[in-house]
Design a protein around this ligand. Structure first.
Ligand code: AMP
Ligand code: MG
Length: 504
C-alpha cells in the first residue's frame, strides 16, 4: 500500500506529557509498552488536531514519528498503560474487560488548554486481552477515523483520530485482513465500566479516588458543591443526555452502547458497528452483533438512562453512608434524565426546522414531521436539508414532494402549510432562518455505503483516495462543495449496507 508521503525529517513530535491517570494506584491499570509491529506505514495524520495538541507535524510524519504512532517506539514522557474496567455488555455484567487492545501513552495539555489522552488502539495484547489478539484490522480503523472526525466537524462531543498507520502484519478474523493502529485522542478514557470495575470488587477507596480524579479533570466546578458525588452523577447524566440527543438529531446510531463504551467525559466513544441512518425509522439497527435491537436508533435515550442507573449503583457508597438514603438520592437524579434529554432533543428538532420562538404546538409539529418521514421512508439528512430551502416564500417544493412520494403526499402538503404558518411568527426573517437551518442540518454525513466503499478500496488494492476524499468532504459538513453531489446521496438499492461489524 502507498503510505501518505513520509517526511524524511527526523526530530521529536514534542508530546508534552503530563500523566495524571498514571499517578493513581497500580490496581487501576497494567503498565506495559505497546508490542512493536513489522513494517509501519503511515496512512494519515490529522494535521489540524496535531497542531491543536502542540505537536510538530513534520516530526510526527517522519520515520521516528510513525514509529511512535505504530507503537514501535515509546515517545519521551509517555507512561504506557492498559486501563482496567468492567462493563455490562448487552445487559450482562462482565467484571473484567479493560484495554485488551489499546494502550494509553499519556496526557497532553493542548493549545486549547484542555487535557487530552493519547491512546494507541490495536497496539498488541495486554493483561485484559482475554482471547483477543490485541490488534485492529484496517477497515475498523478507517471507519473510526472517518466517523469520529465527521462527528467532530458536526459539533458533537467525540473522541478524535490523530493518525492511522498500517502495521505490515495481518490480523485474522474471518480470514486474513491488513492490520492497522489508530491513535485516538480523547478528553478521557474513563467509562461507566471503570466505576463498575471498582464497585464489583467492593473497593470503595478505589471508587473515591476515581470519582475525585474525574471531578478534578472533567468537572472541577463541582469541587465546591455541597454534595460533590451527587452533583457528579447529575452532571454526567446531563452530559450523556445532551450527547444522545445530539446523536438522534443527526441520525447517528452508536450500535454498541455497553457500559464500557459510555464515556464519563460525555464524548462519543468506540466506533465499532456504528452507522448513520439513511431512511428515517426509529427501529433501525445496523450492528450485526445486536440481534435483538437493544441498541436501535430510537432506544438510545432509554439505554443511556439504563447505563446511568448502573453508574448510580456504583456511586451509592459515596453518595450516602445510609444505603436506603443513597438509593433515594441516586434515583432522584436518575429521574431527571428524561427532562435533560427532552430539552436538548426538542429544542434541537425545532432548530432543525427553523423555529426558535416558543409555541405550545411545536412539539406536535415536529412529531408530525417525523411520522411523515417514517411513513415515507424519507432520507433523514436530506429531508432536513431540503426544508432549509423550503423556508423561502417562493420555494420549489418538488424535490421534497418526490422524497415523500411513496407515503402520504397530502400529509406533507398539510404539514408544510402548518409549518410555514408557524414560521411566520418567528422573529428572524426568512433568509436568516434559512441560514440558521443550513448551519444546523448537514449536507454531508458519513453514509455507510460510502464508508464501505472507502474501506473496500483500501483493503483490496491499497487505494486510499476514497478514504481521503471522504475525510475531506466530511470536514465541512454544512457547506455545499462543488462536484461532491455523490456524497450527499442516499444509497441506491444495490448499495445499501444493512449490517456493520464490530471492530474486533
Ligand atoms: P469493544 O467491543 O471494542 O468495546 O471491546 C470490548 C472489550 O473487548 C474490551 O475490553 C476490548 O479491549 C476487548 N477487545 C476487543 N477486541 C479485541 C482484540 N482484538 N484483542 C483483545 N481485546 C479485544
Ligand atoms: Mg469498547
Amino acid at each position: 500500500m502507498d503510505g501518505a508521503g513520509q517526511s524524511q525529517s527526523g526530530g521529536d513530535p514534542g508530546f508534552a506529557f503530563d500523566n495524571s491517570y498514571q499517578r493513581l494506584p497500580d490496581r487501576f491499570f497494567e503498565r506495559l509498552a505497546p508490542t512493536p509491529v513489522k513494517d509501519p506505514q503511515l496512512i494519515k495524520v490529522n494535521e489540524a488536531l496535531a497542531e491543536m495538541l502542540g505537536l510538530d507535524v513534520a516530526a510526527l510524519t517522519s520515520k521516528a514519528g510513525v514509529a511512535m504512532l505504530s507503537g514501535n517506539q515509546v515517545p519521551e514522557g509517555a507512561e504506557p498503560i492498559a486501563m482496567a474496567y468492567a462493563g455490562h455488555q448487552f445487559g450482562g455484567f462482565v467484571p473484567q474487560l479493560g484495554d485488551g487492545r489499546a494502550i494509553l501513552l499519556g496526557e497532553v495539555v493542548g493549545r486549547d488548554g484542555l487535557r487530552w489522552d493519547i491512546q494507541l488502539k490495536g497496539s498488541g495484547p495486554t493483561r485484559f486481552s482475554r482471547m483477543g489478539d490485541g490488534r485492529a484490522a484496517l477497515g475498523p480503523v478507517l471507519r473510526e477515523y472517518i466517523v469520529s472526525e465527521a462527528m467532530a466537524a458536526l459539533g458533537i462531543p467525540t473522541t478524535r483520530s490523530l493518525a492511522a498507520v498500517m502495521t505490515g502484519e495481518y490480523v485474522f478474523r474471518d480470514g486474513p485482513l491488513p492490520g492497522a493502529v489508530l491513535t485516538r485522542v480523547a478528553r478521557g478514557h474513563i467509562r461507566v465500566g471503570t466505576f463498575q470495575y471498582f464497585a464489583a470488587r467492593s473497593d470503595v477507596e478505589g471508587l473515591r479516588l476515581l470519582a475525585d480524579h474525574v471531578i478534578d479533570r472533567f468537572y472541577p466546578e463541582l469541587k465546591s458543591a455541597e454534595r460533590p458525588y451527587m452533583a457528579l452523577f447529575e452532571q454526567i447524566s446531563a452530559r450523556q443526555a445532551a450527547l444522545v440527543a445530539s446523536w438522534l438529531l443527526i441520525g447517528f446510531i452508536h450500535g454498541v452502547m455497553n457500559t464500557d463504551n459510555m464515556s464519563i467525559a460525555g464524548e462519543t466513544i468506540d466506533y465499532g458497528p456504528c452507522a448513520f441512518m439513511d431512511a428515517f425509522d426509529p427501529a433501525t439497527v445496523f450492528s450485526s452483533i445486536d440481534q435483538h435491537g437493544r441498541y436501535a436508533y430510537g432506544s438510545q435515550p432509554s439505554i443511556a438512562q439504563w447505563n446511568l442507573a448502573r453508574l448510580g449503583e456504583t456511586l451509592l457508597p459515596l453518595i450516602n453512608t445510609d444505603e436506603d438514603a443513597a438509593v433515594a438520592d441516586a434515583t432522584a437524579v436518575l429521574e431527571k434524565f428524561p427532562t435533560f434529554f427532552s430539552e436538548v432533543y426538542f429544542s434541537g428538532l425545532k432548530r432543525k426546522i427553523g423555529l426558535l420562538q416558543d409555541d405550545e404546538n411545536d412539539g406536535a409539529l415536529v412529531t408530525q414531521l417525523l411520522g411523515l418521514m417514517r411513513a415515507a421512508g424519507a432520507d433523514f439528512t436530506m429531508t432536513f436539508r431540503r426544508l432549509c430551502d423550503a423556508v423561502a416564500e417562493d420555494a420549489d417544493l418538488s424535490e421534497l414532494h418526490e422524497m415523500f412520494a411513496p407515503g402520504n403526499p397530502e400529509g406533507l402538503t398539510a404539514w408544510l402549510d402548518a409549518w410555514r404558518a408557524r414560521g411566520a411568527h418567528e422573529a428572524l426573517d426568512v433568509m436568516k432562518r434559512r441560514e440558521m437551518m443550513l448551519a444546523t442540518n448537514p449536507l454531508y454525513i458519513p453514509r455507510n455505503h460510502l464508508i464501505e466503499a472507502a474501506i473496500k478500496a483500501a483493503e483490496t488494492n491499497g487505494d486510499l483516495t476514497k478514504f481521503e476524499t471522504l475525510v475531506e468532504v466530511l470536514s465541512r459538513p454544512f457547506e455545499e462543495q462543488p462536484g461532491m453531489d455523490l456524497y450527499t446521496k442516499p444509497p441506491l438499492p444495490e448499495e445499501v449496507v444493512s449490517a456493520t461489524f464490530c471492530g474486533t
